[in-house]
Write a protein that binds this ligand. Structure first.
Ligand SMILES: C[S@@+](CC[C@H](N)C(=O)[O-])C[C@H]1O[C@@H](n2cnc3c(N)ncnc32)[C@H](O)[C@@H]1O
Length: 264
């Protein structure tokens, strides 16, 4: 069901979402089927209605994110990116949309010199990330609840920024990329993993459903468009480092992913 009428009114509140939201999660994408809402934006910490909705979805997912069927799929994406990691000694890494922080912990185990910041809009994901990292005593990792498209302050510069399976949630990917660019050290490395919609009918169907039916800002841009947006954001040497196109990969049916690198 589409959101009826205009985008939700000003008097919505995120705490009402559990009452009205019905969700089907299929192959890593969440399909929201929800009636109109009357909740108050002014009382919510999220920067927009859509942001609150995404945060709520991932709050619900957080308890099973690391044990669910897709955990290995998301971890494999981080490992794919790490194959190409160019991180200086004592480098600073920012993981945007870090979820439960697995990627940064994995990195910190390999590189004790790394200083990592993970941000995610979902409070439950950040709580889980902090708990898991405290247990392992990673002093150099911090996790913060923050909407990348909001106004929360992040202090750079970062030598590496990771954006793994998260860019398609941004309402304004171009502005998001510009913000990343502004927080990078010279020659810093941006690593993006995204669905390669141009190679996947399944992702194209999801893209259509999100744009036309759910109308929730989730969009899967073709790789060429992502590369153009990165150039427009001021990155250089933007290129595809790797692609994964597999019928079955890490517990997930049909994968078509692209790993993009860009330099500041
Ligand atoms: C599909 S998960 C991927 C998480 C992780 N990068 C991984 O590969 O396992 C996307 C994550 O991005 C977060 N997210 C989506 N939009 C965001 C935004 N505007 N600011 C911060 N986090 C966001 C979600 O809460 C979710 O945890």
């Amino acid at each position: 069901m589409a959101w009826p009428g205009a985008y939700p009114p000003d008097n919505w509140h995120v705490s009402s979402l559990p009452l009205v939201m019905r969700r089907v999660r299929f192959e890593g994408i969440m399909l929201n089927v929800a009636p109109p809402m009357t909740v108050s934006k002014s009382q919510s910490g999220a920067s927009s209605y859509r942001a609150a909705q995404i945060a709520h979805e991932f709050d619900e997912w957080a308890p099973t994110y690391d044990t669910g069927r897709l955990a290995s799929w998301y971890r494999a994406q981080a490992l794919l990116a790490f194959k190409h990691l160019d991180l200086p000694i004592n480098g600073r890494v920012l993981d945007i949309g870090c979820a439960t922080g697995w990627a940064l912990r994995c990195l910190a185990r390999r590189r004790t010199d790394v200083t990592g910041t993970g941000i995610d809009m979902s409070e439950a994901m950040i709580t889980a990330a902090q708990a898991a990292s405290r247990h392992l005593d990673f002093q150099n990792l911090q996790f913060r609840q923050l909407d990348w498209e909001g106004t929360g302050k992040i202090v750079g510069p970062f030598d590496v920024i990771l954006c793994l399976s998260t860019l398609h949630y941004f309402a304004q990917p171009g502005a998001s990329l510009r913000r990343m660019r502004s927080l990078m050290s010279e020659n810093g490395q941006l690593l993006i993993v995204e669905r390669a919609v141009e190679h996947s009918i399944l992702t194209r169907i999801w893209d259509f459903l999100h744009r036309r039916v759910m109308r929730d800002n989730v969009t899967f841009e073709p790789t060429s468009r992502l590369i153009a947006l990165a150039h427009e954001a001021g990155f250089r040497d933007v290129r595809v480092l790797s692609r994964v196109t597999r019928i079955m990969w890490k517990n997930k049916l049909y994968t078509s992913l692209v790993l993009i690198e860009a330099r500041a």
